[in-house]
Design a protein around this ligand. Structure first.
Ligand SMILES: *Cc1c(COP(=O)(O)O)cnc(C)c1O
Length: 378
């Protein structure tokens, strides 16, 4: 059996080695390391794939979120609502910009932004909402967009974990994750659904004016060479990363299908185990399984985690601590009851190996080990 890994980047690389190597070699031959033609090509191809008007590449997914917020020109007291159960980048950038982050609970079944909590959290100071399409499926965007419209709020979709997922509106139309709100952001960190071989990110919008602003901010606030109109940052996707991404983009749907296939295998294997709750796919979104995350009942999660470690079966707890309980984001006025779902999830969730090269033999080994352990201890 091939070595088990949480994410197997090497197998994926070897499958397309010739194409990737050639695309990198081309950058080396031309030595257009920054802003080469590969960046423009990838940007246009991604915009076509997403069916969005503008894609602005940048250095990573965290910068993408920060730059998106900068473009909205929020003021120090403004509140930005995001979820308590996510990677820290989302809340970090809100605080870095001196804005007030308002963390809210998630839905217990989908791990995505709770609509009830969102309605409760809105105040006259609220200016933006950042839903995170966690683990590969979209948050309830129809509800979020409706609330945003009613209160005149911006919506930034953190699509770092869900590139390629589709949202299905109640009228039957669908849109790609990241293209429904005011601005969408993503990350091309190597383990993401579309990963480069270093750091990378991008920002999406359909709004021409915002696109213009964003393009300036990623480049020091410079619109005309050496004239600075706004305070910007230096955040670029380099040509080598763009070349790799442009080569990989045509495979994104195939990669996501491979993830879905592995998820289906896991789901079927676990369906009769009472201690396991397999991931729920919402009726309004496809799921591209950035993570395959189980909930383990009867307080058995930590034991299972240790047991799998002993067997060298990779697994991870995403996320072990709610953001509202982290030292950096702790607030003494916090009401724990408002985070009932997150507080439960951090004790129950466990993520299993998920990538594009999982073989049946590996899936069988992982699921058998988990079932054997849970069935014996129950
Ligand atoms: C990975 C990730 C980010 C940050 O992306 P980087 O490219 O690592 O900066 C932001 N938000 C979420 C939800 C992520 O998973």
């Amino acid at each position: 059996m091939k070595k088990l890994q949480m994410v197997d980047l090497n197998s994926q690389y070897l499958d397309i080695k010739e194409q990737v190597d050639a695309s990198i070699q081309e950058v080396l031959n031309n030595s257009t390391f920054i802003n080469g033609p590969q960046v423009a090509s990838f940007k246009n191809n991604l915009a076509t794939y997403l069916n969005t008007n503008h894609v602005i590449p940048c250095a990573n997914g965290t910068d993408a979120l920060q730059i998106a917020l900068m473009a909205l020109e929020l003021k120090p007291d403004d509140e930005v609502i995001t979820v308590d159960f996510t990677f820290a980048a989302t809340v970090e950038v809100i605080q870095l910009l001196g804005l007030t982050s308002v963390l809210i609970d998630v839905e217990e079944d989908t791990f995505n932004m709770s609509i009830t909590a969102l309605k409760k959290a809105i105040t006259p100071k609220t200016k933006a909402i950042i839903p995170v399409h966690l683990f590969g499926q979209c948050a309830n965007m129809e509800a979020i967009l409706e609330i945003a419209k009613e209160h005149n709020l911006h919506v930034i979709e953190d699509t770092a974990q869900a590139l390629g997922a589709e949202y299905i509106f109640s009228d039957g139309t669908s849109k790609k994750a990241g293209t429904m709100g005011t601005i969408g952001t993503t990350s091309f960190f190597p383990s993401k659904n579309l990963g480069c071989y270093g750091d990378g990110g991008a920002i999406f919008t359909n709004n021409d004016e915002l696109a213009h602003k964003l393009k300036g901010i990623v480049n020091h606030g410079m619109y005309k060479r050496y004239y600075y109109d706004v305070v910007g940052v230096n955040s670029r996707l380099d040509s080598i990363q763009a070349a790799i991404l442009d080569t990989k983009l045509p495979f994104l749907d195939t990669y996501n299908k491979a993830r879905q296939k592995a998820a289906t295998y896991y789901n079927n294997a676990f369906k009769n185990c009472e201690l396991i709750t397999t991931p729920i796919t919402s009726s309004f979104s496809t799921h591209v399984f950035h993570q395959y995350t189980l909930k383990i009942g009867a307080g058995k999660r930590d034991e299972l985690h240790e047991y799998l470690k002993e067997l060298n079966i990779p697994n991870a707890i995403y996320y072990p601590v709610a953001l509202h309980s982290q030292k950096a984001y702790y607030n003494e006025n916090v009401i724990e009851d408002n985070f009932a779902n997150t507080n439960r999830l951090i004790e129950q969730v466990i993520s299993l190996p998920m990538h594009t090269a999982l073989e049946t033999e590996q899936l069988e080994f992982i699921t058998n080990a988990i079932l054997k352990y849970l069935n014996n201890t129950y």
